[in-house]
Design a protein around this ligand. Structure first.
Ligand SMILES: *Cc1c(COP(=O)(O)O)cnc(C)c1O
Length: 432
C-alpha cells in the first residue's frame, strides 16, 4: 500500500513511520518537519556492505554519497556502519571532519574543485580525489608536494552511457560537464599525465552513469567499458590500476509504479559481469567502490506538513496548500520529480481525492506534486510526503526567508532532533 516498508497505519488510523505515530511527531516538533529512520538507513548501509562482502569477497568499499543528505549525524551513522563517503565540496568535507570521519575513507568529487578546497582536502589527508579536469592534477600535485605526501587520485571517466531515465543510451553522452572522454583519447591522456606527477598516485578509475536507475544492464555496460579501459591502460603503460568506482544511481520507490529491485541483486549481477570480464581480459578483479546516495536515505525519510488553505477550482484542479514548499523540497519544481503522499491523521481512509499539493512560496511553480491521490483533506490535517530522505534537506533554502525545518531521526521507536529547526533569528544571522 505504501512506497516504503517503514510506513504503516496504527489503531488510531494514523500514519506511522519507523514505528512512530507521525501525527504526534508533528504535534511535538511542529511542521514542516523532516523525519528520518535511523533503523532504515542502517539497514540499507548493511545491505550494501554485505553485498560487497559476499559478491566481491570483501574486496570493495561502499561510499555514501553525502550530497543526498548531509549533516553531522548521518556521518556518525555511516561511520559506525563502516562505510566511506564521497564529498563534493569543502562544506561537506568540513562537516564530515567535524565528527572525525576517517579521512582515508573520504573521496573528494567535483568538476570544479577550487584551489582552496583542494588545499584543505590535501592538508586533511582525504583518501582520494576523483579528478575531473586535466589541470586539477597539477593543483593537487603541488598541494601534496607542500605537505610532502603522495596523494591518491582516480579519474572520472565518461563511459558513454546515459542512464538517467528508464531507457539508457549506449553511445554519446559526451555533452556532460563531468569526466574525461574515452573516445577522443582525452581519458588516456589524463591517465598518462597523472602517472607523471611525483606526488600523485593514480589508484583507479571512476564513473557515475546517472540516478534513479531501475535496471542492471546500464551498470553492467558501464562496468565492461571501464574494465576494457583498465586493460587498455595496462597494455599502453604496463600499469594495472587497483580500484574501480562504479558510482551510484540505484533507483528507489517514489510512487507505486517504480519497480525498485533490491540493491543486492544489482550488485550480484554486476559482480558476475565484472568477474567474467576480468577473466576474459586477463586482469585482476579491481577493488570495487560504489556510491549510493538516494538508495541509503531516500526511502528512509518523509516530510510532514500542516495543510492550510484549500482552493478547489471547479473542473480545473484542487490545490491543497502546505506550510512548506520549494524551500524544503525543490525537486518537483526542478525536474518534475514524482512523489506520493497521505493525510497522516486519516491514513486508514481511502485515498479517494486527487489534488495538487502546493507550497507557500511566491512562485506559481512552487508545487510538491500534481494530481496526487490522497485522503479527503481539510485545513489543519497533517500531510506526509514520502521518500523525501534524499535531495530534500540537502537542497533546502531560505527562499522567502522561510526558516529551514528541523530533522528528526528515529531509532528503536524513539525520535530525537539531529538538526535543529531554524528560527527567524537564524535567517538573519549573516545580515550586517
Ligand atoms: C550524485 C552522485 C552519486 C549518488 O547518486 P544517487 O543517485 O543518489 O545514488 C554518486 N556518485 C556521484 C559522482 C554523484 O554525482
Amino acid at each position: 500500500m505504501f512506497v516504503s516498508d517503514s510506513l504503516a497505519v496504527n489503531g488510531q488510523g494514523h500514519l506511522t513511520f519507523s514505528g512512530v505515530d507521525t501525527v504526534s511527531l508533528a504535534e511535538k516538533y511542529g511542521t514542516p518537519l523532516y523525519v528520518m529512520s535511523e533503523d532504515g538507513i542502517r539497514k540499507n548501509c548493511r545491505a550494501f556492505k554485505n553485498a560487497v562482502d559476499e559478491y566481491y569477497g570483501g574486496n570493495g568499499l561502499i561510499l555514501y554519497a553525502s550530497k543526498a543528505f548531509c549533516c553531522k549525524e548521518i556521518y556518525r551513522i555511516v561511520k559506525s556502519e563502516g562505510l566511506g563517503i564521497d564529498v563534493v565540496s569543502g562544506g561537506e568535507l568540513f562537516t564530515a571532519l567535524s565528527v572525525s570521519f576517517p579521512a582515508e575513507k573520504i573521496y573528494f568529487h567535483g568538476n570544479n574543485k577550487t584551489p582552496d578546497e583542494i588545499k584543505y582536502a590535501v592538508e586533511n589527508r582525504v583518501g582520494c580525489f576523483v579528478v575531473d579536469h586535466i589541470d586539477e592534477l597539477e593543483i593537487i600535485n603541488s598541494a601534496a608536494e607542500k605537505e610532502n605526501i603522495t596523494q591518491n587520485v582516480m579519474l572520472r571517466i565518461k563511459p558513454g552511457i546515459d542512464a538517467h531515465t528508464h531507457e539508457f543510451i549506449k553511445t554519446g553522452q559526451i555533452d556532460s560537464k563531468f569526466g574525461f572522454l574515452l573516445e577522443s583519447g582525452e581519458a588516456m591522456q589524463a591517465v598518462k599525465n597523472a602517472l607523471e606527477y611525483k606526488n600523485l598516485n593514480l589508484c583507479g578509475l571512476h564513473c557515475h552513469i546517472g540516478s534513479q536507475i531501475f535496471e542492471e544492464q546500464p551498470f553492467e555496460f558501464a562496468a565492461k567499458i571501464m574494465l576494457g579501459f583498465l586493460k587498455q591502460i595496462k597494455n599502453e603503460t604496463g600499469i594495472e590500476l587497483e580500484k574501480l568506482n562504479l558510482g551510484g544511481g540505484f533507483g528507489i520507490k517514489y510512487v507505486e509504479g517504480d519497480m525498485a529491485i533490491p540493491f543486492e541483486n544489482y550488485i550480484q549481477k554486476v559482480s558476475e559481469v565484472v568477474k567474467a570480464e576480468c577473466k576474459t581480459l586477463d586482469i585482476a578483479v579491481p577493488f570495487i567502490l560504489m556510491e549510493p546516495g538516494r538508495a541509503i536515505v531516500g526511502s528512509e525519510g518523509i516530510t510532514l506538513y500542516t495543510i492550510g488553505f484549500i482552493k478547489d477550482i471547479p473542473n480545473v484542479r484542487k490545490f491543497v496548500s502546505v506550510d512548506g514548499g520549494i524551500s524544503d523540497n525543490p525537486r518537483y519544481a526542478l525536474y518534475q520529480a514524482e512523489y506520493s503522499a497521505a493525510v497522516a491523521n486519516k491514513a486508514g481512509e481511502d485515498a479517494c481525492d486527487v489534488v495538487t499539493i502546493a507550497g507557500k512560496c511566491c512562485e506559481s511553480g512552487d508545487l510538491i506534486q500534481k494530481d496526487c491521490h490522497i485522503q479527503k483533506a481539510q485545513t489543519g490535517d497533517i500531510l506526509a510526503v514520502f521518500s523525501t530522505g534524499a535531495y530534500n534537506y540537502s537542497m533546502s533554502s531560505n527562499y522567502n526567508r522561510l526558516p529551514k525545518p528541523p530533522v528528526v531521526m528515529i531509532k528503536n521507536g524513539e525520535a530525537r532532533e539531529v538538526v535543529k529547526g531554524e528560527k527567524y533569528e537564524d535567517v538573519l544571522r549573516n545580515d550586517l
